[in-house]
Design a protein around this ligand. Sequence first.
Ligand SMILES: *Cc1c(COP(=O)(O)O)cnc(C)c1O
Length: 480
Amino acid sequence: MDEPLIFERSRRGRKGYSLPEEKLKTKPQDVIPDRLLRQDIKDFPEVSELDVVRHFTHLSQRNYGVDTGFYPLGSCTMKYNPKINEEAARLRGFALSHPCQPEELSQGVLRLIFELSQFLAEIGGLDAVSLQPAAGAQGEFTGMRVIRAYHEKKGNPRAAVLIPDTAHGTNPASSRLCGYGVIQVKTTEKGVLAPEAVSQAMTEDIAGLMLTNPNTLGLFETNIKEVAEVVHSKGGLVYCDGANMNALMGIARPGDMGVDVLQFNLHKTFSTPHGGGGPGSGPVAVKKHLRRFLPVPLVVKKGTKYVLDYKLPDSIGKVKAFYGNFGVMVRAYAYIRSMGASGLKRASECAVLNARYLRERLLPYFDLPYDSPCLHECVFSDNKQKEKGVTTLDMAKRLMDYGFHPPTIYFPLVVQGALMIEPTETESRETLDEFVEAMIAIAKEAQENPEIILSAPHRTKVSRVDEVKAARELILKWKP
Ligand SMILES: *Cc1c(COP(=O)(O)O)cnc(C)c1O
């Protein structure tokens, strides 16, 4: 099972094709200009078709994905994505359409963009949507640019943004990229924002508040309406990071809670496989009075025709080539249409139910720093295991021996040694039970036989690696 590099499999003269060379009337050199024709490719691997097939099949088997097993990565919503949505994205009319095609020949594509925007506006309780941003973080950036443009239009962009200590790391980064300072607001011992804390920090020099709801502890921000009122009373705007919409769909709408700007992560909540670096989609939804600042173009309906509208008076401009990652939009559209309103609501209910089930079953074995009822994810710590020298990292490694992808670890930062578990709605009771049994076995090992955890994983191809070295000393070239 030691898979060598494809270069190491190479044997001089071995080929992956067989063509009757003497019968070929046209030789490559007859049709390709000299300057483009290479005489020799140094170290080019010479392998048979079977070598190639085995090599890449072996590599693909090293991969771990939702199609392989349970993937309870908190804050990432690694749910199963129905394959029918992949089929939809591959329909020729969608997959082969070109962004430079005239509008009259792109009516189906434009209609899909238009209707998806409307669905998302309804789900979020907001009025206008841009599908352009390519990821959650770019959606945040776009949303914060909109907030800045709004304040600039009123004469003063303001200086800083309030961000709770439970925030995802991308939130302060997006604010900084938009030229804002960041002021951290402490959450209460219950893990949520208190209106008083926001009120103390909120001035007329603060552009707004950026928060995630449910927050990264998996808790609903119960004071969000009061908090939003405080921010609005000083002329600020409320931004909500909607990466966690998997807990809210069809149940509660950020727009109804006083949120002015919201981004979605289509690749988390709305059925696009992710984790390999993209492509993603982070649409931004805003209240009516902010529509004029959105990126152009938006798709609008004129009579029975769908057209691109570039005439937004105060648009922040484009944030992505053409109209965004269209394939992701097709999957989201197919997902929403096939689930329907009641199906989306049911998905969120099951996501919460699954997380609460895990939380209850693991509670006797692991420390739970914030013990309010959770929504779609729950956050434990390694407090009980640390006495035996076993940390969150060790337990995450050990979980791999039991065949599970580890949960998110050491995030959110407000929990020391955090283990952040998000089961999602697509997992069965049996899978959850298997995971719980593995976690309980690890908790017992930590008490009775910590050595086995400290040296884990034992069943993977590679055991512990120097993670910093891999990032600092990239080797991208093969040298014989
Ligand atoms: C995933 C996530 C993001 C970032 O989304 P990307 O698509 O990875 O850029 C932002 N905020 C929260 C809460 C998230 O979970």
